[in-house]
Design a protein around this ligand. Sequence first.
Ligand SMILES: Cc1cc2nc3c(=O)[nH]c(=O)nc-3n(C[C@H](O)[C@H](O)[C@H](O)COP(=O)(O)OP(=O)(O)OC[C@H]3O[C@@H](n4cnc5c(N)ncnc54)[C@H](O)[C@@H]3O)c2cc1C
Length: 295
Amino acid sequence: MFKIILNNIFDTAIIGSGPAGFSAVLNLYARKKKIILFGNFKFSAIYKAKKIKNYLGEKEISGLELLDKFYNHINSVNIDHISKNVSQIFYNNEIFSINCDNNIYFSKTIILATGVSRQKNIKNEEKFLGRGVSYCATCDGIFFRNKTICIISYDKSQEHEIIFLSKLAKKIYLFFDYKKININTNKDNVIILQDTVKEIIGENNLVGVSFYDRNKILECDGVFIFKKSISPKELLSGIKINKDKSIKINKNCETNLSGVYACGDCAGGIYQLNKAIGEAQIAAQNAAKFLDKNF
Ligand SMILES: Cc1cc2nc3c(=O)[nH]c(=O)nc-3n(C[C@H](O)[C@H](O)[C@H](O)COP(=O)(O)OP(=O)(O)OC[C@H]3O[C@@H](n4cnc5c(N)ncnc54)[C@H](O)[C@@H]3O)c2cc1C
């Protein structure tokens, strides 16, 4: 079940704990806004950079060292930080509801700073999203009570969702894309398959999945996919995307949705630190203006 966090309606929810998200935090904090930050800085693109030589004031620094400095700076200001991924954002009555790890948070504005989603979609994943394909066990698990489902897990940290689904579904075919699966369901309805799903199959309705290694269709009623990162379109329905899959913004970092801003790599190239940090400042200042005008 969802836990609704109602004691706080935040001014701005910042989705993404990379350089852009951190820069947005500082700029909104300076304007005395009530902020909540989501995401884990260890998944920032810069985490893996061995040598950075174009960051002003640092002749040479590793991505990890720089992120550590950023994170210490963010920790010195008093904000709420949930170091987990947001799975979906909804809009209703001028307030955004943010689903993160089965808790719901509320905010008046959103800044998307999610970086580039490097996770490729499975064929037909988008076609059946909301019509048999789901990213959220708690939201949609109930529709698959006593049914057969496939789970494709790319994210070890979401294994608890598999256990949750095993209590509802009749049968689960489980595919995973990391070294070792570690679930103990106490039930024999979970069949672990050492294979890779190639395509979600169906004309109008989802009927199953096919594999790379075998010429076979595995029939099922639904497919749950647990990813490390999801695309902006899947995160926030109705958001406009460019051809290169980046979020469409104007020079004020406004998206097509009122109260929603985007900055950094998720808003397209140049894919560089300084651009991400600067753009986040523009997004934050415009979000602050929007708040002052409308709330
Ligand atoms: C190997 C490598 C080397 C690089 N070297 C340089 C360099 O030398 N100089 C330079 O200027 N640039 C460099 N870059 C580019 C630089 O890393 C990026 O431009 C910069 O990190 C973009 O910042 P960002 O905040 O937009 O995105 P990111 O740093 O990617 O951060 C995105 C954040 O959003 C989080 N997130 C994603 N989805 C969700 C969600 N649904 N809910 C919550 N959080 C979410 C992620 O976990 C992450 O914390 C390099 C990149 C790589 C990969």
